[in-house]
Design a protein around this ligand. Sequence first.
Ligand code: SF4
Length: 549
Amino acid sequence: MSAVAENDALLRVSALHALLYCERLFYLEEVEEIRLADASVYAGRTLHEELAKEEGEEQRSFFLTSEKFGLTGKMDAVRHRNGNWVVYEHKRGKPLLRKGEEPQAWESDIIQATAYSLLLEEHLQRELEEARIRYHGQNITVIIPLSAENREKVFASIQKARELRAVTNRPPVCDSSKKCLKCSLAPVCLPEEERLARSREWEPIRLFPPEIEGAALHITGHQSRIGRSGEAFKLEEGSEPARKIPSGDIHSITIHGNAQVSTQTLHLCADKGIHLHWFSSGGTHLGSFSPGPGPVQRRIRQYQALTDPGMCLKLARRTVLAKVESQLRFLLRSTRGGKRSERVEAGIGEIRSLLKTVPKAEGVDALRGIEGSAAQTYFDLLPDILNEDIPEELTPSGRSRRPPKDRFNAILSFGYSMLYRAVLESILAVELEPAFGYLHTPRSSAHPLVMDVIELFRVPVWDIVAVSSINRKQWNIENDFAVTKEKVWLSDEGRKKAIILFERRMQDKWKHPVLDYSLSWQRTMELEVRLLEKEWTDTPGLFAQARLR
Ligand code: SF4
């Protein structure tokens, strides 16, 4: 083996283990730097902590590095046996058991134990004869001879790892669904969705978690202050006693208005990967804090894909189709069962005609025009789906955005700003660049990619909720709104009400019609962003396919 090149970062021995398990797993972890700890990863860590307590500090793990092999790693334990040193690896699972044969170590475990032994040999300047792997699932220890064959396998793996590090495309998903079932990166890799994209006959198993852990913390009081107390956030709101909120219970913090945030809070957010967002009282997004530098490979692929006009047109077409079809279905659903007025029939007919023009649109500008015309007809028809007995003050007159001119539009606008925050978070979770989109033109006040993806969710996540809450008379026309001559905002009370409605909707589960499994709307947003990335990273075809039933 030649000495590692100066700029060639050392390989972790555990990364070779991942490589032998699945090349794509290696790539996601080592090149894209995505690491998620699932239950089995935590179980492995617990095993090592328990062993360390049992065995005492002197027999614990050793951390060694070799420039010659380009390897670094922490072996579980080193012991003296039969006059020589032996590397011990501890595994929670079982060895490979074949009928009529002695238990054997798994190939990835053999490579790992041999690689650690190479590091130890170099460190001790003496040749070792064997390594041992203890499988705690069956209390079996398997001896690994440090043969020429096993050493060659390590060198070949190092070579493969270096080759994979040099490419910008992810390796394909592995052939075995069984491996994916145990893989901590399945929610990022989406192997079952990839198999479905390749063959529509495939029936995907849900490996994508149906819900996001933790809650979104919203701070609406202007006098509020959020600080840190150990591993918890400390929230002080007016004269109320301070509340401690464990950081593990929170996935994001949103400040509406002028609440104060301490530097220590930002440090805790950075440490725990919690996003922080600031909105004005009127719902304008002011900025966000997202921990971490972001992965370069994924951003390069995104830039390459979204500078291709053909790719942008394809994605824009699908997005406009999904949005306008959702608007149409919502109107049809809301006027089902009664006699539709001529106005509604005419509007529905108009939207249907516009939909037919989407596949033929020759450019993104044409699609924006179609989307704008459909939106105008849709908003003109919204008063027709409100109950007749709602107060006149809640009836909209078309769509007014900046600023909203009536109560209905104030509800819509505030909900859309919540939606903006939720979609932005999904984009940040997938670590795409929100400023680089395919449909909306760049403008200073909003990230184009957020504005693009949001189009898939306006109707199902907020329009439906806004209309049904008005029809159920959940709004108080006096207390929930701040009305001036030029504009209408939600009052503090109104904002709290909207936040509750919105967060409830985000937790609502629905069945994805293409993937055929249930998940919350919050999870659906992240899934769609991951499927969007697949359009240029893996097999395309699943992004923006979901529709309201
Ligand atoms: S989910 Fe499957 S294909 Fe994806 S990285 Fe894991 S093992 Fe490989």
